[in-house]
Design a protein around this ligand. Structure first.
Ligand code: C5P
Length: 391
């Protein structure tokens, strides 16, 4: 792969020649770009010698629009170290140096950042807000790690080691473009079932797993139809089309409409099984001592319906959240709903399930094969699910 390594002005820049060496050793072509401040920590000669290519650092050199030709050349952009400054600039659309101009011009291709800064800077709400913005645009973060910082104290802010960044890049690059002729449907998030004009029945699903799946499929080159229930999450990826729905019935309509044109679907939404039989168009009044009774009717089962519609060659992946006899129940569900794979969410492990950033799953194939994940970030779990079920 053709990788641009963008270096900004933190002390961890001194480790970047090692990263460049590891990437070259893994067979990648590397070109380096650096801000002026980065060149206070690592020299042009070192970077040019190790990468074997000229360094891009001066916006105004020879009047060329080098950030444009470089961004056309690169298939991935890795910013290491990424300072609070570059994170702040790019999340606000500022482009005034070699790396920020590259970052703004580099759309539709994977960007990885390895933040590095003092622990108090990392913890500042402005930095955390900017990181959240960049993640929302699909920029991947490696680190920062906890450890000794250049200022002599310990805390979160140390750049991930070059080996760790190189391993992460390897996991992304094996992934690239293998699904580039395919289209996949993903459902995500909770559903809200209206009771009256101001109330609903819902659940705690955050949508994080489904959004990570959409991102992983798009990273693998697929066009993705993401149908999501209410969530604050966003995804900015040129290959992901997001349709926002509220209720199970709306999700059903959206999912069944796009599924016939898809190579596969991964349904991770936490769909309400029941909805109020009637929805009042005003706010219901308090009922007093006699209590309040809601009549519920069953929602359509989207997954089972897609299982019935499934044509030869289409893949269908469902999720299961079971409390007892987990594997046997999941396997039964897989057969009943005509699925190819079912992903069993662990309920036993702290750090897995609703709302949190990590998950632990068992992927069960139709022929009974099992694959268990360790507790990992939802991004890593998503990549494992896509590798196992879609590639
Ligand atoms: O049968 P159960 O609800 O446990 O199945 C869970 C799986 O079915 C999940 O993949 C979920 O997204 C999907 N599902 C659905 N429509 C429903 C209920 C669940 O697509 N109405």
């Amino acid at each position: 792969m053709r990788i641009i390594v963008g270096i900004t002005g933190g002390i961890a820049a001194y480790k970047v020649p090692e990263l460049v060496r590891l990437l070259k050793k893994a067979g990648h072509e590397v070109r380096c770009a650096a801000t002026e401040h980065a060149l206070e920590f690592v020299t042009r000669v070192t970077l040019e010698t190790i990468s074997g290519n000229a360094l891009y650092s001066d916006l105004f050199a020879s009047g060329r629009t080098e950030h444009i030709s470089l961004k056309d050349w690169g298939e991935m952009l890795v910013v290491a170290p990424a300072t609070a400054n570059i994170i702040g600039k790019v999340s606000n659309g500022i482009a005034d140096d070699a790396i920020s101009t590259l970052l703004l011009a580099f759309s539709g291709k994977p960007v990885v950042m390895a933040p590095a800064m003092n622990y108090e800077m990392w913890a500042h709400p402005a930095v955390q807000r900017n990181i959240a913005t960049l993640k929302g645009w699909g920029i991947r973060m490696v680190g920062p790690e906890v450890g000794e910082l250049a200022c002599g104290v310990s805390g979160t802010g140390r750049m991930a080691e070059p080996e760790q960044i190189a391993t992460y890049i390897a996991s992304l690059s094996t992934f690239n473009f293998q699904l580039s002729t395919q289209k996949w449907l993903v459902t995500a998030g909770p559903t809200y079932e209206r009771i009256d004009s101001v109330r609903f029945i819902g659940n705690y699903s955050s949508g994080k797993m489904g959004f990570a799946l959409a991102q992983a499929l798009a990273d693998a080159g697929a066009d993705v139809e993401l149908v999501t229930g209410p969530t604050a999450l966003t995804i900015e990826h040129p290959r992901v089309k997001t349709t926002r729905v509220e209720s199970a019935c709306e999700m059903f309509a959206a999912a069944t409409a796009v599924f016939p044109g898809c190579n596969g679907a991964i349904l991770s939404a936490a769909v309400a099984d029941y909805r109020p039989a009637e929805c009042a168009n005003h706010k219901l009044k308090k009922q007093g001592d006699e209590g309040m009774h809601l009549d519920l009717v069953q929602n359509p089962d989207i997954l089972a319906t897609l299982g019935g519609m499934k044509k030869e060659g289409q893949r269908l992946v469902g999720f299961a959240l079971e409390t007892d006899n987990e594997e046997a129940n999941a396997q039964r569900k897989l057969e009943k709903k005509n699925l190819d794979y079912i992903v069993l969410n662990s309920l036993r492990d702290a750090g897995a399930g609703f709302g949190v950033d990590t998950n632990k799953v068992t992927i069960i194939a139709r022929d009974g094969r099992h694959k268990e994940s360790p507790l990992m970030s939802k991004q890593e779990v998503a990549r494992m699910i896509v590798e196992t079920t879609a590639l």
